[in-house]
Design a protein around this ligand. Structure first.
Ligand code: ADP
Ligand code: MG
Length: 648
């Protein structure tokens, strides 16, 4: 019986809601999906089947820390599991490959990028895999709140490596997202098990609060129980720091946490929060994913969350022990423009899209190799939307991803090159000499120029890399992989440039509308004239069988009104020429209405690095204004000065 196996392998007395249904589907040889709230035990849906299926289970997870927790759990239950990541040395990596190929591993955890790695792909051909698990599977849907373009390739990888079954796990998916992700993996609707979003121990408080009063309100709230584990969510890194400092000055044991901080520092904060020596973390959304702390008593949104999906996930981290927890939004409308502006910043203009198409059209031959960051600054599209564009191009049949590799390998000699050379004889010696001859040493690091070696010696990439890895294994050099190069097949070099630009730009606009809409649906939820718990569940397609939960702002005190944003002085009162002079002078070919609006709204875009835009005194001067209004204002002015009219 399944219950016995659950007991044997993991020592649990029974299944949690939904687990058994999902596991039964998998054991019947089908694919399935699990939509359970955070902390509800999604991982077990693959962990138990992994022990019962004939071959290995491959788990794709977006976050290293998620993998680490799951791996620790598995190892502690003597389950043969491993994770591949870039921190492992070559010997450790090889040992994992060997085990996997010999059937000695039950679970292997990887990141999605790993599928593009040459060496991994090579070994994967020889592994037998029963099940592909996608954790945080909403990342695969463009309509999800955390779209990761690389995830769109997962269904193809599944085909390529002939993995019979798939299991998708997520905590938050609207009906649209759930359908989208299951269809991509051919999972029938009845195989997607959702357990519901309603949590009766969470008090959903919405406190109308103008920006100027937030600090005081927050402090008052925390002072009621200064030691209670609390997460305060903010939008911007600098807010995280300012609020944490304010709390510390008022004797609250708090620390900031955001993606701009160094990894060790972040880890230390997370550990202190976990063990209770730090009571309050003021964080951007970088914090919390994968944290399994059961006694979080308060989740306070100092700024509006990014979306209802984010809200649901973030509050879901509180009260996992089943005890009461407070989820409070200090709500005003001021932050909405900032959230929206992030989105506008991610929509490339037509000029940039056309430039990418141009690059493809002019490429010599049908193999297209790119370095993401270089292309990003060349065409002025941020890395994430550029990845999205590449996926769109693949969907439109223009390109097809092949694989990626590390372009240059750099290393440090731990033994002199002539000494290393002396370890070899005959052809091998010639080969090693050819490699070293085309290495270039700066002060400490030496870089191997692979294409130069290939041009001068009859060999292939694989042999060169194997040699460098061998030297490292021997302790003769210390090796570092360089920048990733993504390799695509060009399927159609003769596209109608204008039409394709239009098509792609329309796709981005559609995405932009969706995301703006996602933000705009949030305020009505908080100002709801009916139960907020019901509204929240309904957003995810679940109808609760009661009218009032009794523990949300509406049920407790009636409908809430958010304060109106502080009145802004009309744009027409600004001096256009004065505000734009600096940028116009520096921008050159990058002078488009879109870039100018981004500049004035303080939205970063790659070319601003080159232009040193952030250093200009007018950068971000219209930060508080909605992007669309600024664009309109610019267009009106530029119409009157035709020589500056932009094509976009
Ligand atoms: P999720 O991925 O849904 O957020 P996890 O898979 O991380 O949740 O599980 C949360 C916790 O619940 C883990 O500590 C896990 O060991 C525990 N758990 C899972 N299934 C069971 C079960 N059937 N009985 C008891 N504890 C369980
Ligand atoms: Mg999980």
């Amino acid at each position: 019986m399944l219950e016995n196996q659950l007991q044997t392998y993991f020592g649990f007395d029974g299944f949690k809601k939904g687990q058994k249904q999902v596991i039964e589907k998998i054991l019947a040889g089908e694919s399935a999906g699990a939509i359970f709230p955070t902390g509800a035990g999604k991982s077990l849906c693959y962990q138990l089947p992994a022990m019962l299926l004939p071959d290995m289970t491959l788990v794709v997870s977006p976050l290293l820390s998620l993998m680490k927790d799951q791996l620790d759990f598995l190892i502690s239950h003597n389950i043969p599991a491993a994770r591949l990541d870039s921190t492992l040395g070559p010997e450790e990596t090889q040992a994992i490959f060997d085990k996997a190929k010999n059937g000695l591993l039950k679970i292997l955890m990887i990141s999605v990028e790993r599928f593009k790695n040459e060496r991994f792909r090579f070994h994967l051909q020889n592994m037998r895999i029963s099940l592909l698990v996608v954790d945080e599977a909403h990342c695969i849907s463009e309509w999800g709140h955390n779209f990761r373009p690389e995830y769109l390739n997962l269904p193809y990888y599944r085909q390529e490596f002939k993995i019979p079954q798939a299991l998708l796990l997520t905590a938050t998916a609207t009906k649209q997202v759930a359908d989208d992700m299951r269809l991509k993996f051919d999972i029938p609707e009845k195989n997607v098990i959702a357990t519901g979003f309603y949590r009766e121990n969470l008090y959903l408080q919405v406190t109308p609060c103008p920006a100027s009063e937030k600090n005081t309100r927050l402090l008052q709230r925390i002072q009621k129980k200064p030691g209670a584990p609390t997460i305060v969510y903010v939008t911007l890194q600098k807010t995280a720091e300012n609020v944490a400092r304010f709390l510390c000055e008022n004797h609250i044991n708090a620390a900031a946490y955001h993606a701009g901080m160094q990894h060790p520092e972040r880890e230390a904060i997370q550990n202190r929060f976990m063990d209770g020596s730090l009571s309050c973390v003021v964080a951007t959304i970088a914090f919390g994913m994968g944290i399994d702390k059961r006694d979080i008593r308060r989740v306070i949104h100092y700024d509006l969350p990014k979306s209802i999906e984010n809200y649901s996930q973030e509050i879901g981290r509180s009260g996992r022990d089943g005890e009461l927890a407070l989820c409070e939004v200090l709500a005003d409308r001021d932050g909405i423009h900032i959230l929206e502006n992030f989105i506008y910043g991610d929509t490339p203009d037509k000029r940039a899209i056309r430039q990418v198409l141009q690059t493809i059209a002019e490429n010599d031959g049908f193999i297209w190799e790119i370095k993401l960051f270089r292309l990003s600054s060349e065409v002025n599209i941020r890395p994430l939307p550029l990845k999205t564009l590449l996926v769109y191009l693949a969907m439109e049949g223009v390109i097809r991803p092949k694989f990626s590799y590390f372009e240059d390998y750099t290393f440090k000699y731990l033994q002199g090159p002539s000494w290393i050379l002396d370890q070899f004889e005959g052809e091998r010696k010639q080969f090693v000499r050819a490699v070293f001859d085309h290495c270039h040493t700066k002060k400490i690091w030496t870089s191997a120029n692979i294409s130069d070696i290939l041009a001068n010696y009859q060999t292939d990439r694989r042999r060169i890399i194997t040699a460098l890895e061998y030297f490292e294994e021997k302790g003769w050099i210390e090796l570092q992989a360089g920048q990733t190069v993504e390799v695509y097949d060009i399927l159609n070099q003769a596209v109608d440039m204008e039409r394709m630009t239009e098509t792609l730009h329309t796709l981005f606009l559609k995405k932009q509308t969706q995301e703006i809409d996602r933000i705009r649906r949030m305020v009505p939820l908080f100002e709801s004239t009916s139960c907020i718990s019901r509204g929240l569940a309904a957003y995810f397609g679940e109808i609760l069988d009661f009218e009032r939960c009794g523990h949300c702002a509406f049920c407790k005190t009636g409908p809430v009104r958010l304060p109106e944003p502080a009145a802004l002085r009309s744009l027409s009162t600004f001096d256009f020429t004065e505000l734009t002079a600096e940028f116009v002078q520096a921008a050159g070919e990058y002078l488009t209405s879109g870039n100018l609006a981004k500049f004035l709204c303080g939205i970063h875009t790659p070319v601003f690095m080159k232009l040193k835009a952030r250093k200009m005194s007018t950068f971000g001067r219209l930060e508080a204004y909605p992007f669309m209004e600024v664009i309109d204002w610019i267009s009106r002015h530029r119409k009157n000065t035709p020589e500056k009219t932009s094509i976009d």
